[in-house]
Ligand binder design. Structure first.
Ligand code: GRG
Length: 298
């Protein structure tokens, strides 16, 4: 294992986030075929100050494979578009019914419900346009589109969300909770790392390592998210906290308690880092991100 601390990731993210934001800005300057209100709604959510963890994972994974970060940007933006669409739809009154996201009013609160639904729909479609239109070899583009569609689809993100909504009413055990979050949260983490690896020409062994790492940090991220919902502060988080406990939701601290949840997150981060040995010193930033997942305050 390398000697890395979360600050290595924090510094890298501060340097690279503006590159991601600039690319997302360029990709959302639609001409007047796109109605102005729809464009504003998309940009309101897409350009809001998110942490950009998933696009950073794409770029870090491509770089760990020795690939150029700028060339990997379309894959990074495609994943962030899927993530933002999922946040817009999750915030809708029919789902989590939230009024605050990324420190700003949610899309439907700032605009209206139909516009927010359409903004999400537009981003979901555009993610694939961006990937398919990138300057990757055709076989790489096809592979990336397949993996992203699977991660966003009924057996992953959407299926996890559906089960999460039903768990609010039915309860469940630890295995069910992990099954939800491997799909709802984990699948986008894993596909971010895999897309970076695929465009970066990763070997089978490297792709398998990225997958194992992604599954572990995805789950650790969700456990920490549940703990922050319980203990965190709305201003720092940029979204409402203590919603899960108030809605009787199935969460890790509810099932395991705070202490055991923290221990589980720590164990997952250790496992995640152990999976990266195949990358040698090039794993340093990914290891630092794993530590950041444990230490983050928002
Ligand atoms: C609507 C298909 C569909 C899915 C919604 C995104 C989502 C699935 C639900 C949101 C609630 C939630 C707790 C999701 C788990 C993943 C998560 C913590 C998302 C927030 O990700 P961050 O913290 O957000 O990376 P930023 O804003 O920084 O990008």
């Amino acid at each position: 294992m390398l000697d890395t601390s979360a600050s290595l990731f924090v510094e890298y993210a501060a340097q690279v986030r503006p590159e991601i934001d600039a690319a997302l800005d360029r990709l959302s300057r639609y001409d007047d075929q796109c109605p102005a209100r729809l464009r504003e709604a998309i940009r309101h959510s897409l350009l809001a100050p998110g942490k950009r963890l998933r696009p950073l994972l794409v770029l870090m994974s491509a770089e760990a494979c020795g690939y150029n970060r700028t060339a990997a940007l379309p894959a990074a933006c495609a994943v962030e578009m899927i993530h933002t669409y999922s946040l817009i739809h999750d915030d809708l009154p029919a789902m989590d019914n939230d009024d605050l996201r990324r420190g700003l009013p949610t899309c439907h609160a700032a605009f209206d419900e139909p516009t927010a639904i359409l903004a999400g729909d537009a981003l979901l479609a555009q993610a694939f346009e961006v990937l398919a239109g990138a300057e990757f070899p055709p076989s790489v583009k096809g592979w990336c589109c397949l993996e992203l569609a699977q991660a966003a689809g009924p057996r992953a993100l959407v299926g996890g969300q559906a089960d999460d909504l039903s768990a609010e009413f039915q309860g469940g055990d630890l295995a069910f909770l992990e099954h939800i979050h491997r799909r709802k949260t984990g699948a986008l983490f894993v596909v971010s790392l895999r897309l970076g690896g695929i465009v970066g020409g990763a070997s089978e062994e490297q792709l398998a390592a990225l997958t194992t790492y992604g599954q572990a940090i995805g789950l650790a991220f969700q456990i920490v998210d549940d703990l922050l919902d319980l203990q965190g502060d709305t201003t720092a988080m940029g979204k409402r906290t203590q919603k899960d406990s108030h809605h009787g939701k199935l969460t890790f601290p509810v099932l395991l308690g705070v202490e055991e949840s923290q221990q589980r997150a720590r164990r997952l981060v250790t496992d995640a880092c152990a999976a990266l040995t195949v990358f040698g010193a090039r794993a340093a930033r990914l290891e630092a991100l794993a530590r950041y997942v444990l230490e983050r305050k928002h």
